[in-house]
Design a protein around this ligand. Sequence first.
Ligand code: GLU
Length: 549
Amino acid sequence: MTDKIALAELLFPNVTLTPADMEARFPVRELPEGAVVSRMAPSPTGFVHLGNLVQGLTSERMCHQSSGTLFLRVEDTDAKREVPGAVQTLIEGLRHYNINFDEGATIDGDMGDYGPYRQRRRVEIYHVYAKQLVLQGEAYPCFCTEEELADIHARQEAEKANYGYFGKWAVWRDRSLEEIKEQLDKGTPYVLRFRSTGSIENKIKFTDLIKGNLELTENDIDHVLLKSDGIPTYHFAHAVDDHLMRTTHVVRGDEWLPTLPFHLQLFRSLGFKPPKYLHIGPLMKMDGESKRKLSKRKDPELALTYYHAAGFPVASVYEYLMTVLNSNFEDWRRANPDAPVDSFKFSYKKMNPAGSLFDEMKLRDVSKNVISRMSADEVFDQVVSFAEEYDKELYGHLTADPAYSKAILSIGRGGKKPRKDFAVWTDVKPYLDFFFDDWFKVVDEYPAQFERSDIRLALERFKESFDIADDSTVWFDKIKAITESLGFATDMKAYREDPAAFGGSVADVSMFLRVAVTGKLNSPDMYAAMQVLGKDRVIARIDAMLKTL
Ligand code: GLU
């Protein structure tokens, strides 16, 4: 028995399965030509952030636009960071954003033939390949303690050497079988390390689908493959899992680029064909004059829960991320204002290799457009569900008489130029509060330049002539007649040319009515608002105002 075989048996006496068994268990997928197989591979920390969403959307679009498969793999190798319920939070959070998995971890367990999909349940599989690498002489146990590693680091610092476990610093790399056996017999904990043959003198050429052609320095570090509890590191699990799960495209954050040379070494040593990679640049924001990465610590807007609580519809965040991710999305949207967002042809070629700038004002603009295209029923449903969680009073008002609420929300909706009043659901209450008597309050005052007697006359005459059955033309003709009776201008052009010739204009007369009926200088269309309020409320409010004049 050679040392390699003896060492492999010593370290993995119970591993009887081989890589060939694994290949048989997880056969190449039968999918149409060009189908993308990709995954989300989050750690279950309970924190779902925009970065997850960007990565998820990119993978999801690529898979589902190519009749491929998207799966969810839970990377739970770091038990310390795991938060109970995190997988559920994640799956539900992503589902809101239309990211649905065809396969993988679900709330009720695994679904699909390439599992288990939680890494801690795959230990047996990793050990097959760990044993294989030991047999090939490409992995070895390292018994260094934390103190010894700290000491190596300190000496590297003193010598101004590069940090890490490599070359002469890799003190367990070439130990004899006897020395290893002695430690094992004593029960000394160990990690399994990769025996790197790379050198930092060499460069590798690599093409990333987002970043383009890259030249990266080879890896010379003997990185850890299995931790002392036998659980793999991200790197080793990535190579084994993405091979066996037959991932064709790995979409991930570009913080993984520095370890890519190591990952490529692993794929080669394991005899696997590497997937294609798409390394996404970070999400950035402007901080004063300069750009910086969004940070979990400083920027609450990194968390997906932020958008939910702020009242952004999911569709707005989705649409905004599309504008950020694909440089041609906005042109497409202008040309196809009513098309469903998933009919847009997403392409990784339109992604910015340097990352994207996140701008909440732009998100608000996008959101106004998205909401303006929704039907009143849709707006009603979404506001009600938002209010149920965040504003019980609003919830009570809206649901007391749904037909009334929907009539309010219909104002200015539909048609060629829908109003763009709402960016977030918290904009709804101040917009429609005056429709509810217990909320109605005169908040704005009549501008001082108008004679109270003119306002009074206008309100009285309107009240006398008001008929709820009038159509908007008749209604407006009556307002024009009142305008003339006051000596105000009905012709806005004439008024603008010589304002001093008139006491005011038809716009001012409308404003007199507006303040009385809505309590505000700005409101939705007055005719439509009066139709919804109904005759009694309109008259009652005008009467109340008259009493104050
Ligand atoms: N668990 C890794 C992370 O959350 C996954 C990276 C990848 O997609 O490969 O960053």
